[in-house]
Design a protein around this ligand. Structure first.
Ligand code: ASP
Length: 333
């Protein structure tokens, strides 16, 4: 029988109602888990439960928490066949993206899941999300970091939170679904990552100063000067369509000249599709300032990739080159 380690990090799934709104409640969650009959069924892998301290609403997660979760998985890697990380939905796609870069040579599933309605409520979606994640984590079919939510298994670093209140909260707009949980769980073998011969390793991330800037009609780039002129080491620019930006009379170019060491990653405000900065003249300023293409990466993956690359590499040019390459299946080359 396979063994799965469940790591509870916080999020709606394990919250209870307080005067201040829903808050993580580890004691309630532990007791609910141990009393859930379906978790004792013979087709459920053997599981252990651990938690990170303190349990958090995922909107409060930082690089420190990513490192804590990563460390727990790395320390237990040889003792389990798979890992289920219970996590808030708000930043689940960021954590999943970060994990995909932190682990090299991953041959076991790391499934992030949570719920829109807490387990303590009658209509909670947490029960299915948890049980199906456990089954997938124990199945031996998956060798990568994924998000399981609302019947879909998605590649973690291709995932984005799409709905604030729907039960299918996540989509993977630029990569096929890895598995669909209907009566049977149907795995999409062509899309799933294969096994790797590489040795497993874990790289904690550094807390690097990076930023995200969404362009909008009328943007005055000079008001964002500190972001673009060297204070931040990396900035994800969410541009229009295929990588177009307003032309602010050369301000962008002047500031970029001051901040030559800042890595600018061009992503799109569109959920689906890819960046192609040479498609329009309006992408020209970005090309001239040496911005690199995030291609079809989600903003979440681009943010996590910047943290990762600045943690392992010092040379700006090398980082720029790696941004445009697929390191963990996060973009289409
Ligand atoms: N605010 C919650 C969190 O991200 C939302 C959720 O879990 O659905 O922790």
């Amino acid at each position: 029988m396979s063994r799965v380690l469940i790591i509870h990090t916080g999020g709606t799934i394990g919250m209870t109602r307080t005067e201040r709104g829903y808050e993580p409640d580890g004691e309630y969650f532990r007791s609910a888990m141990f009393h859930m009959d379906s978790l004792k069924a013979p087709d459920i892998p053997q599981w252990d439960l651990t938690e990170t301290e303190p349990l958090l609403d995922s909107s409060r997660m930082t690089v420190k928490e990513w490192n804590k979760i990563g460390r727990q998985i790395a320390d237990n890697y040889d003792d389990y066949d798979g890992f289920v990380v219970l996590h808030g939905t708000d930043t689940m796609a960021y954590t999943a993206s970060a994990m995909s870069f932190m682990f090299k040579g991953l041959n076991k599933p790391v499934i992030l899941t949570g719920s829109q309605i807490p387990l303590c409520e009658t209509r909670s979606d947490g029960r299915d999300n948890l049980i199906t994640s456990l089954v997938i984590a124990g199945s031996g079919n998956v060798h990568e970091v994924c998000v399981y939510f609302g019947g879909l298994l998605l590649r973690g670093n291709r995932t984005t939170k799409y709905s604030a209140d729907g039960m299918q909260a996540f989509v993977s707009p630029n990569y096929p679904v890895l598995a669909t949980a209907g009566i049977e769980i149907q795995y999409n073998d062509a899309a799933l990552a294969g096994e790797t011969a590489e040795q497993f390793s874990f790289t904690p991330l550094d807390e690097v100063a990076i930023g995200v800037l969404k362009v909008f009609p009328g943007i005055n780039f000079s008001l964002f000067r500190p972001m673009l002129s060297g204070v931040l080491r990396g900035v994800v620019l969410e541009t229009f369509g295929s990588g177009n930006t307003p032309d602010d009379s050369g301000t962008l170019e002047a500031m970029a000249e001051e901040g030559r060491e800042t890595v600018l990653v061009v992503c799109s405000q569109c959920t689906q599709g890819t960046v192609n900065m040479s498609a329009y003249e309006a992408g020209g300023a970005l090309r001239r300032i040496g911005a690199v293409s995030g291609k079809d990466m989600t903003t979440e993956a681009a943010v996590a990739k910047l943290y990762y690359l600045f943690s392992v590499c010092r040379e700006t040019e090398k980082i720029k080159e790696q941004i445009e390459r697929s390191l963990a299946g996060e973009l289409t080359e």
